[in-house]
Design a protein. Structure first.
Length: 364
């Protein structure tokens, strides 16, 4: 099952909004076939594993990271494929929470007389498909906050001067992430200050992320880098309904450039993030990378709308009480303890340290 999980992870960025799935076929403790779901609309992991077999799969054991589907979608049911192959036993890491599955695949296999065991490496499988599970259960995308800071927690100097806080290896990794997500979110303040492209340029992207701009007053420049590239790479401008009427000429110019103008409810001249996540969930967007400034990321954090933080820490000190930090806003009332539920992984990326923090859901 660990091998199946390794295979499943290779599909990241290619299969969404489908789940990441890997499958291994074994006989007498030896692997005879393996595969994973490579791209949305393509063969599922079970089919890939069966195709890789150089011998008959009859009587083998199946190790699959997610419950096999039992319905016709873009591909035939995997349960039928496994039954036709004559497999002897199926080990499933976790049940598929998708509305068309939810235990139906397991029941079909068991009714056909195939023993099924559920739960092997369940925790790891759940972490692997956390974004898919959230989309199925909460109808919202997985939200990743990303920033780079100095050791003392500063994003820039007190003058606000733009600098490359992290090293080249970290920069390249960020571009790889951009090529794996459905959307990249930033605020209009960052856009006006930096005129960014927000694209994956240092790697070959597996998918093209939609640039989502939080711009309640519709200030996005029609001649800026984002608008100029909107015909090739989608741009979604989130604003207040009143802004469209007030700035109708700018809205028209942006739409002619190829931007999508999406009016949503606003509070105190700030986009309602819950309404945004609901809308993106309706569009089946699985994961978002938030690259905004401290106010934007602080808003996601304060409202418990972020699921994960990826923080690069550069071996530098900046200082300054007015130097910007990553999570501006109200912040927590109490100092967090080990019982708050965060899961933290740390690894070295070039000269930086990368902290990957999975944030607890409200109420957990």
């Amino acid at each position: 099952m660990k091998r199946a999980l390794q295979l499943a992870a290779r599909g990241r960025g290619g299969v969404e909004p489908n789940p990441l799935v890997g499958c291994v076929l074994a006989r007498n403790g030896r692997i005879i076939g393996q595969g994973y779901h490579r791209r949305f609309g393509g063969p599922h992991a079970e089919v890939e594993a069966l195709r890789s077999c150089r011998t008959s799969a009859r009587g083998c054991e199946v190790y699959v990271t997610l419950e096999p589907c039992s319905h016709f979608g873009k591909t035939p049911p995997c349960t039928s494929t496994l039954l036709e192959a004559g497999v002897a036993r199926v080990h499933v890491a976790m049940i598929d929470p998708g509305e068309h599955v939810r235990g139906r695949g397991l029941r079909q296999l068991r009714r056909a007389g195939v023993p099924v065991e559920v739960g092997l490496q369940k925790a790891e499988a759940s972490r692997l498909n956390a974004a898919y599970v959230k989309l199925c259960t909460q109808k919202r995308p997985w939200v990743i906050l990303k920033w780079a800071q100095s050791i003392d927690g500063k994003l820039a100097t007190h003058t606000g001067r733009q600098v490359n806080v992290s090293g080249q290896e970290s920069h390249r990794l960020v571009h790889r992430w951009r090529g794996q997500v459905d959307g990249i979110v930033t605020g209009i303040g960052t856009v006006l200050a930096d005129d960014p492209l927000l694209t994956a340029r240092l790697v070959k992207p597996r998918r093209v992320a939609r640039r989502v701009i939080l711009d309640s007053r519709l200030r996005l420049p029609p001649n800026g880098a984002l608008a100029r590239s909107a015909a090739q790479i989608p741009v979604m401008v989130i604003c207040a309904e009143s802004a469209v009427a007030k700035h109708s000429r700018r809205a028209t110019r942006l739409e002619r450039r190829g931007c999508e103008i999406l009016p949503l409810p606003c509070r105190e001249q700030r986009v309602c993030l819950e309404a945004l996540l609901d809308e993106l969930g309706r569009r089946r967007m699985t994961n978002l990378l938030v690259e905004g400034g401290g106010r934007v990321m602080g808003s996601f954090f304060d409202q418990s709308l972020a699921d994960e933080a990826r923080v690069f820490v550069s071996p530098t000190l900046v200082g300054g009480g007015q130097a910007p930090g990553a999570l501006e806003g109200a912040g927590r009332k109490d100092w967090p303890t080990s019982s708050t539920g965060e899961q933290v992984q740390i690894r070295k990326v070039g000269g930086d340290l990368l902290y990957v923090v999975t944030l607890p859901r409200p109420g957990n």
